[in-house]
Design a protein around this ligand. Structure first.
Ligand code: FE2
Length: 429
């Protein structure tokens, strides 16, 4: 007798219908017409069942702080950093913790059960580090949090960053971060990358740097990040976040750069919701979109994942931590409307993100953790199109969240029709 069986699932790769058997915290069978009984059953009725969404780039310490500072009038990254800097002295550990915890509730409801969050280490009190380390522990039954030591005010530009970053890593922060484009000069940016990569190599840690989040086509710190990755043999363990300057770079230079990124197996993380709004603010018309070259990176075999980056903070006043909204925005900004391209945007918030985070217990297969979601959609394309309801969110074999299917009753002449916008409803009509 199993604990849970989900029958009639369509998987992300198109296999259907399959049944998923769960015993305790593990998936034990994935096969058509599974001959077993279970305590609890879910009829997926042909809907998409996939592993949980992963947000590969978020700032849990700034999330839901909208209104604590003044509004970001220019809408730029730099005004956001300045507003956050003004707010820093008044932040409390309890306040950061409570806001981040509220965000985690939203994440669970949205089926996002893994978050890589940057945590600002430029505050000498390391309040955010302590708050998010405590939250990482408390959330373990519900979702996994990976923390990145992020020197928001610059690793070289803010003199106490090296000491603070070391303290944060000693306390248990998982990943080495950086922000080379915010250093005072290109040389300082390059030096910061060198120093941070040495730390990661010495400590055996993963790396995820905010890199070239700029419209300046000459912001080329990704080149140093790649070179240092190869020098230290950290292939597959390093990510470049944002990489927006690549949008503005000369095509000839990019033709050299992308193969280098692929060679170093550096993952690229695009944050489409944020960069479509922050970048291009100095342009009149035409306005640059400001997202990195997702389509071209993927075509070259680079692992690309997407992040939400911000939810209601000095950089972005919107959002509800929905990774399907992120994927939806990415495919619009990147003009990725081909069938395989839309599917690859779904991969970018699931399997590709698992690769970015170096997760190995992820996916729907026997032996893997029983973490999965049932969506009100037939396939990944419909899920993105409708930003589909997450009907069941399951973590380690337990149902963490459930929602009723979304539909609207339309009175249509003498008829009453239920509209849910799915392809299945068109077939029935
Ligand atoms: Fe960020």
């Amino acid at each position: 007798m199993l604990d849970l069986i989900i029958r009639g699932a369509t998987l992300q790769d198109g296999r259907a219908p399959v049944d998923i058997g769960i015993a305790g915290e593990r998936i034990v069978a994935v096969e058509p017409r599974l001959a077993a009984e279970a305590e609890q059953k879910i009829d997926a009725a042909g809907r998409l069942v996939c592993p949980p969404f992963i947000d590969s780039h978020l700032h849990l310490d700034t999330t839901l702080s909208l209104g604590l500072s003044g509004p970001n009038q220019s809408g730029t990254l730099l005004e956001g950093i300045a507003l956050w800097g003004e707010l820093k002295p008044s932040l409390t550990q309890a306040g950061i913790y409570e806001r981040a915890k509220k965000l985690c509730l939203w994440s669970i409801a949205r089926g996002t059960l893994v978050i890589r969050s940057h945590v600002d280490i430029s505050d000498d009190r390391l309040l955010a580090v302590d708050a998010l380390l405590a939250l990482r522990e408390e959330m373990k039954p519900y979702l996994d949090i990976q923390l990145v030591a992020f020197p928001q005010d610059g690793y070289i530009r803010y003199p106490k960053s090296p000491e603070n970053l070391a303290r944060a890593l000693d306390k248990g922060v998982d990943v080495v971060g950086g922000i080379p484009h915010f250093e005072r000069t290109m040389e300082d940016g390059a030096a910061s990358v060198k120093q941070l990569m040495r730390i990661a190599a010495d400590r055996g840690l993963l790396v995820d740097m905010h890199c070239d989040e700029s419209d300046d086509p000459l912001s080329r710190h990704i080149e140093n990040l790649v070179a240092e990755t190869i020098r230290h043999g950290l292939h597959g363990r390093v990510a470049g976040s944002h990489l927006t300057s690549m949008h503005s770079m000369d095509n000839y230079y990019v033709s050299k750069l992308i193969p280098l990124i692929a060679e170093a197996q550096v993952s690229a993380i695009a944050n489409p919701l944020i960069n479509i709004t922050l970048q291009g603010r100095h342009d009149t018309y035409p306005k640059r979109r400001g997202m990195t070259r997702v389509k071209e990176l993927m075509a070259a075999g680079v692992n690309v994942s997407f992040g939400h980056d911000c939810v209601m903070d000095p950089w972005y006043p919107l959002g509800s931590h929905d990774m399907l909204e992120v994927a939806n925005m990415a495919l619009h900004v990147g003009q990725m409307t081909g069938v395989e391209e839309i599917k690859s945007c779904f991969d970018a918030v699931t399997v590709n993100a698992a690769k970015t985070l170096n997760l190995n217990d992820y996916g729907i297969a026997p032996g893997k953790a029983a973490d999965l979601i049932v969506l009100q959609a037939a396939d990944p394309i419909e899920a993105i199109r409708l930003r589909a309801e997450r009907l069941f969110v399951i973590r380690r074999g337990k149902i963490l969240a459930e929602a009723s299917p979304r539909e609207t009753l339309v009175r249509f002449g003498r008829q009453e029709r239920h509209v849910d916008f799915t392809k299945a409803s068109l077939d029935l009509a």
